[in-house]
Design a protein around this ligand. Structure first.
Ligand SMILES: [Zn+2]
Length: 123
């Protein structure tokens, strides 16, 4: 499924250039244009789904693929950085405008290499 005016669909279809980090059958990972951490990637569903509120039961496998990609990104950073411990990272998903979603195509922010909660948000 492709939405004509969706910037992420255009990136997935290579109509708009982006810095692709990783790609699987159902998931594309690009660099965030305004990084908030040393590693700040966007994990995109290749299928256009507005957000988690709109994902159908038949498409829940996409979420499993996105989780697997987050794990693989973490492993890749660990290997490239020669770390002995697993990499600490955050996955952030804004679902709906009031939750801060600005591009209405399912995506997660993957952030690593920085303690985002130091002195700040505690969950
Ligand atoms: Zn889209």
């Amino acid at each position: 499924m492709f939405e004509q005016n969706c910037i992420f669909c255009k990136i997935i279809n290579k109509e708009i250039p982006s810095n692709i980090i990783y790609e699987t059958e159902r998931v594309l990972v690009i660099e965030d244009l305004h990084p908030k951490a040393p590693y700040h990637y966007l994990i995109l569903s290749k299928k256009h789904v507005e957000n988690i509120n709109f994902i159908g039961d038949d498409d829940l496998g996409i979420i499993a693929d996105m989780v697997a990609v987050a794990r693989d990104l973490s492993k890749k950073i660990r290997q490239e950085s020669n770390l002995t411990e697993p990499v600490a990272f955050n996955l952030i998903s804004n679902n709906g405008a009031a939750a801060g979603q600005s591009v209405f195509h399912l995506h997660w922010h993957f952030l690593a290499g920085k303690d985002l909660y130091k002195g700040g948000l505690k969950l």
